[in-house]
Design a protein around this ligand. Structure first.
Ligand code: NDP
Length: 300
């Protein structure tokens, strides 16, 4: 069986194109553009880069963006006040608090101040609860795991009735991923750092989502032939042949997995591009919902 490589760059470009068309249509009908606000606290270079990329992506999609930048020393009350202001601002349809926040800040308390209907990152505890509860629909789902679902679905990978294994149980990726697969009728096992004999569990997977941050930990002999692999991991490994002195690899040994997998995402160029694409999609969805009354009036 030859592997089908899942082209995350192309699928993300398709999603971004769809988002741009929805944003344009909304602006034509209501005279309002969707708006995304980011809150960045501190000077972490990686966070600064992510925020810059998000603003650039907004611009390309016809989404207005607002930037709040605060000193590392900002207090809990100051950050919450900024979030409250954005919550009340009708130009802002989505609020993204860039994580991690500094150690002295209670992150959960900040995230809980984002109104549910502006929680385009899907990190509000209520949205997480709605995702976990059968028969309920969250306003938004976290971008990376939702991006993984889009990759699977647009690649024609069957989910219902399949054995899915999720490596990792973080709030951002592993946990919501497991819930989303279960909601789509997969039988899901979550593997974490205390799991005994993880290889045995991984070998049963028809769908494997790896999100642990361990370079190339998953090897060929752990895989069931034909497995669909979504590799979320982004790890730097030393490589003196590269100008930067390192290269990026996933949690799965790509070259080995290629020999046995049915579907496989590369790193980079797999899940990575999807996260921002879904953030834009969530923002346009938030704007469509917020402007619905205006649309109804306009359309009669
Ligand atoms: P976290 O560090 O928050 O969580 C890692 C999870 O992996 C934990 O649940 C941990 O278990 C588990 N784990 C760690 N080591 C092992 C092991 N040896 N065997 C089994 N499980 C293990 O990471 P994130 O979820 O935030 O990110 C995971 C990876 O995904 C990282 O490489 C990150 O860079 C990448 N990522 C990529 C994104 C993208 O856009 N492509 C977005 C977000 C993340 P325990 O709970 O027991 O500690």
């Amino acid at each position: 069986m030859s592997v089908k490589l899942i082209d995350g760059k192309q699928i993300a470009a398709d999603v971004r194109q769809e988002v741009a068309e929805r944003a344009k249509a909304l602006a034509e009908r209501t005279g309002r553009r969707p708006g995304l606000a980011t809150v960045l606290v501190g000077e972490d270079p990686a966070s600064q880069t992510y925020v810059r990329m998000k603003h650039k992506a907004c611009e390309e999609a016809g989404i207005e963006s607002f930037s709040i930048v605060m000193e590392t020393t900002a207090t809990q009350a100051e950050i919450e006040k900024e979030v409250d202001k954005l919550a009340a601002d009708p130009r802002v349809h989505g609020i993204l608090v860039q994580l991690p926040l500094p150690d002295h800040i209670d992150t959960e308390a900040v995230l809980a101040r984002v109104p549910l209907e502006k929680d385009v990152d899907g990190f509000h505890p209520m949205n997480v609860g709605l995702l976990a509860r059968r028969g309920c629909e969250p306003h938004f789902v976290p971008c990376t795991p939702w991006g993984c679902i889009v990759l699977l679905e647009r690649s024609g990978v069957p989910i219902s009735g399949k054995r899915a294994v999720v490596l990792g149980r973080s709030n951002i990726v592993g946990l919501p991923m497991a819930l989303l697969l279960q909601e789509r009728n997969a039988t899901v096992t979550v593997v974490h750092s205390r799991t005994q004999n993880p290889e045995e569990i991984i070998r049963e997977a028809d769908i494997l989502v790896a999100a642990i941050g361990k370079p190339e930990m998953v090897k060929k002999d752990m895989l069931k032939p034909g497995v669909a692999i979504i590799d979320v991991g982004i790890n730097k490994v030393d490589d003196s042949s590269r100008p930067r002195g390192y290269r990026l690899v996933g949690d799965v040994d790509f070259e080995q997995a290629k020999e046995v997998a049915g579907w496989l995402t590369p790193v980079p160029g797999g899940v990575g591009p999807m996260t921002i694409a879904i953030l834009l999609e969530n923002t346009v969805k938030a704007a469509e919902k917020a402007l619905q009354p205006a649309l109804k009036t306009l359309l009669g």
